[in-house]
Design a protein. Structure first.
Length: 395
């Protein structure tokens, strides 16, 4: 867990103009800029100004609102690829972690491992990846590799576990000192320090090695959203960070205990203990009544009363600091991931008002103390899998 147990970790989830479906219609939403690099650089920069541990970027293959479950023409909008957004903003930021989302049910681990290793280089060690599964028949139809009837929650989770193991093996397929770059001898790499992964599982067969050297963090973080027992088992088995959406503190404590139990059952070390982040969607205001009024306004803009898959907080910034402190007191909880209802209004207030209040209470740092995402969370840099055992080298 954290090397600073007295302080809480804080992250923010970014998607479109905000978590509320009506966010793009709100004042100052910059709806015409949502597909520009400038917009994403600005919102991630605001999060970094608030000293947040990391941001997550949502992604999907469909133009669908997850809370409603049906496509509405007044909500349809394009989106940029989350990994490419992260790569674009990485050189414009210095300390904040960047965790894009990848849907792994229909994609290949080799390509994702290469992309996230590249992101880790571009960001100087601040990359992670959120692994997401899908049982959606429409998404399956986009690829044509399998029928919707072949998809099940259990199979998707098993596949995601293999996926996580494969990308870590690919990250490790270059030892840290595999690159020689000796001009006098013309040797660029030491072939003895490049390794075939030789992974053969139920869902994947990957020869390797990667074409990208081992990332600066060794292994970028893996994050998984937990919404049932199977995803909790998956997170316990392979994740560094698990996002939970409890309704009560007792539920949060129980879910954190589940992750610990699955972590231990997988034989993972205490140094790899999963960080548990509580998801919280926030509608802020100058007062409770103002926040309630903003919520009603956003609902009217969208035409439907909003209900979130996560706990929904509606109140002032001081009240949000109280709520974060309450979650911080729950055993097993490392941090909170905030989903701002609108980036235009809520995100700046998280950075400029909520964070200073948490700092006043000595619950949050006053400066970035580390440089990599792993070190932000007190996680060690993993040893290379192949360097610690005999393995047939690449030839």
């Amino acid at each position: 867990m954290s090397d600073r147990p007295d302080q809480i970790h804080l992250a923010v989830a970014l998607d479109g103009a905000g978590a509320h479906p009506g966010a793009w219609r709100a004042d100052n939403a910059r709806a015409d800029e949502l597909l520009t690099a400038r917009y994403w650089a600005d919102v991630v920069g605001q999060a970094e100004a608030g000293l947040l541990d990391f941001i997550t970027l949502d992604d999907s293959f469909l133009l669908r609102n997850s809370d409603v479950g049906t496509i509405r023409t007044d909500r349809v909008a394009g989106r940029l690829d989350s990994t490419l957004i992260a790569a674009r903003v990485a050189p414009l930021t210095r300390r904040i972690g960047l965790i894009p989302t990848a849907q792994v049910t229909h994609t290949e681990p080799f390509h994702l491992a290469k992309a996230i290793a590249t992101l880790d280089y571009v960001s100087d060690g601040r990359a992670g990846i959120g692994l997401s599964t899908s049982l959606d028949a429409d998404e399956a139809a986009l690829f044509g590799r399998r029928r919707a009837s072949e998809l099940s929650a259990e199979a998707a989770a098993d596949e995601a576990a293999e996926y996580a193991n494969v990308i870590r093996l690919l990250w490790d397929s270059w030892e840290d000192d595999a690159e020689i770059r000796d001009i006098s001898t013309g040797r660029f790499v030491d072939r003895e320090k490049l390794h075939y992964t030789d992974f053969v599982g139920e869902h994947f067969s990957v020869r390797g090695p990667s074409i990208t050297p081992r990332p600066p963090q060794g292994q970028p973080l893996i994050a998984i959203a937990v919404d049932d027992d199977r995803s909790a088992e998956l997170a316990g088995q392979v994740a560094d960070v698990g996002f939970i959406a409890p309704a009560t503190s007792a539920e949060a404590a129980n879910r954190a205990a589940d992750l610990d139990r699955f972590h231990d059952a997988a034989g993972r070390s205490d140094e790899d203990r999963v960080h548990v982040f509580v998801d919280l969607t926030v509608v802020l205001g100058d007062s409770t009544s103002h926040a309630i009024h903003r919520k009603h306004q956003l609902d009217e803009l969208d035409g439907i009363e909003y209900s979130s898959a996560t706990s929904l907080f509606v109140g002032s910034t001081d009240e949000l600091a109280d709520a974060i402190a309450d979650w911080h007191s729950v055993g097993g909880v490392s941090g909170v991931r905030l989903h701002p209802a609108t980036h235009a209004f809520d995100l700046p207030r998280i950075a400029a008002q909520v964070v200073p209040e948490l700092q006043r209470r000595k619950l949050f740092r006053t400066a970035y103390e580390e440089t990599t995402l792993r070190s932000h969370l007190g996680l060690t840099r993993p040893e290379n899998t192949f360097a610690s055992r005999q393995k047939v080298p690449f030839a």
